[in-house]
Design a protein around this ligand. Structure first.
Ligand code: B1M
Length: 222
């Protein structure tokens, strides 16, 4: 693999955002995903190559390590931030349509729920997996989900809930989505959510972690 791509991959896997970032300590003072992604583009490497050969494989390793409990949330957040720093340089190319994405994914934390750390991780991992992510934020009403679906009818939708009390809102939103768009695929997740609950409320898939969601989405388009 190209040396710059290898370095970008390493930065994402180990959460090196940019040169100024002191994390991880053994990479202090070195260039991070931010500078290296810019350098890669300036060297003529295509945005799609940076995404497919460096960012996605690195995030996939990170997701696998997280699933196996070899790393924890802070490391995963740093990796996601490093990936986001690189993605900032690639976004203009994706937005212009120069590089194709796998599809659109609408995500939000359900109404009444303000927890967004897990949702943001899922969002970033899915974006790193090559999808265009429309992140509606937290406390997202059913109407807001429906509006976003109306504007992006080809999207897949993901709902996150962290409170047992907001699981009821997740159920209501899924019902409303399925009533209007019966073929639309809906993923659910969040600490209190289970596969049983997912099936009970008529959602299509439950993943306990971001990597499971990425794998599920990728299988849909493979
Ligand atoms: Co709150 N909170 N909180 N909280 N909070 C919990 C969830 C709680 C378990 C703490 C406890 O009591 N032990 C408890 C819920 C109890 C319950 O309902 N069973 C709780 C409570 C009660 C509350 C308040 C009601 C407290 C109060 O005000 N009395 C209040 C509610 C506010 C509201 O939402 N309306 C509240 C507020 C807050 C803070 C604002 C202070 C803060 C949130 C900050 C933020 O998110 N920006 C907060 C926090 C930080 C937590 C804990 C400590 C950590 C949550 C977290 O970020 N985990 C949490 C206790 C805990 O979990 N130990 C707690 C890390 C994150 C990476 O995991 O979000 O599970 P998680 O996401 C995972 C997976 O679930 C999955 O992937 C992620 C990565 O693996 N995943 C998906 C998530 N969404 C997915 C979607 C998918 C697929 C996978 O597909 C679409």
């Amino acid at each position: 693999m190209n040396e710059i791509l290898e370095k970008i991959s390493h930065c994402v896997e180990f959460g090196k955002i940019n040169k100024a970032s002191p994390y991880p300590p053994d990479m202090k003072g070195q260039e991070g995903a931010d500078e290296l992604a810019k350098l890669a583009l300036e060297s003529g490497i295509k945005p799609g190559e940076i995404l497919d050969d460096a960012l996605i494989p690195a995030m996939s390793v990170v997701g696998d390590k997280f699933s196996k409990k070899q790393i924890y949330v802070p490391q995963m957040l740093m990796a996601a931030k490093a990936m986001s720093a690189a993605m900032e340089h690639l976004k203009p190319f994706f937005v212009s349509g120069e590089t194709r994405r796998k599809g659109k994914f609408i995500i939000g934390t359900v109404h009444g729920d303000l927890h967004d750390i897990g949702k943001n991780l899922v969002s970033m991992m899915i974006e790193g997996g090559g999808w265009e992510v429309i992140d509606l934020g937290v406390n997202v009403s059913t109407d807001k989900f429906l509006k976003a679906i109306g504007e992006n009818p080809d999207a897949i939708v993901g709902l996150s809930a962290l409170l047992t009390t907001t699981m009821e809102n997740m159920k209501n939103t899924v019902s409303a989505i399925k009533e209007k768009h019966s073929d639309l695929i809906v993923l659910v997740g969040g600490a209190p959510v289970t596969m049983d609950f997912c099936l009970q409320i008529g959602a299509d898939f439950y993943s306990p972690d971001p990597q499971g969601a990425v794998s599920y989405l990728n299988k849909l388009v493979s």
